[in-house]
Design a binder for this molecule. Structure first.
Ligand SMILES: N[C@@H](CCC(=O)N[C@@H](CS)C(=O)NCC(=O)O)C(=O)O
Length: 223
């Protein structure tokens, strides 16, 4: 069986958990904190980053959420998440890159640094200016999601795709860390609530990162 090496607030691991959940692929979770530089984990991925998807029986080890996502797409027929015409698929990949790169770098990575790493590892207080900037940029990303949802049923087009999974994964971590103010973003909020009610999302919503509690609305499906 597949083993997914992750930690609860890794957005890239969350994207794959949503993908595996939507496709009904069985896997076990293996908890890894990349900052601990565990040797067994580094042997699987010398880059020392989560997620890693590993099947010990078949001796397959995959790293990097986009490489893993594409592998799963290419090896399963059920519920394609990079689908449609070549132009549709390019649009899905554009949005995945936007969410994995810009949304992560501008919003999620600063929140993880200030509200998780500083508390659990560095034992420092969060920098309020950096948090304020991340939350301001979160509004700009939510504005863009509002725009997309005003024009399409799902972020990249007519059906749910990897773009929705990538955005929901990043936003779920930002929301857990109290970095999102959904007021004034009704289209994005509506899209996210539909997502939160999917069975693939349920395990993410009940999971907790040691020592860090999410705000009350985080796990509420219409919150
Ligand atoms: N592009 C990679 C990014 C993976 C990544 O940045 N993972 C973070 C945790 S969410 C990590 O392991 N950081 C530790 C490090 O970079 O040393 C992917 O899509 O998988």
């Amino acid at each position: 069986m597949w083993r997914l090496h992750h930690f609860p607030l890794c957005p890239f691991s969350r994207k794959l958990r949503l993908l595996l959940g939507e496709k009904g692929i069985a896997y076990e979770l293996v908890r890894t904190n990349p900052w601990e530089r565990d040797e067994a984990f580094l042997a699987l991925n010398p880059a020392g980053r989560t997620p890693v998807l590993h099947d010990p029986e078949r001796a397959i080890t995959l790293a990097d959420s986009r490489a893993i996502g594409e592998f799963i797409e290419e090896t399963t027929d059920r519920l394609p998440m990079i689908n449609g015409t070549a132009a549709n698929r390019a649009e899905i990949r554009r949005l995945v890159a936007l969410f994995d790169e810009s949304l992560h770098a501008e919003v999620v990575a600063p929140l993880l640094r200030e509200r998780m790493m500083k508390r659990l590892v560095l034992r420092q207080s969060p920098d309020s200016r950096s948090l304020h900037e991340a939350m301001k940029l979160a509004h700009e990303h939510l504005d863009y999601l509002d725009y997309l949802i005003d024009h399409r049923p799902w972020l990249a087009g007519a059906t749910m795709s990897m773009a929705d999974l990538a955005a929901a994964a990043q936003l779920s971590v930002a929301d857990y860390l109290g970095g999102l103010d959904w007021s004034g973003h009704e289209p994005a909020r509506g899209w996210y609530s539909v997502f939160k009610s999917r069975p693939s999302f349920a395990p993410l919503l009940i999971e907790r990162m040691d020592g860090i509690q999410p705000p009350a609305h985080y796990a509420e499906v219409d919150g």
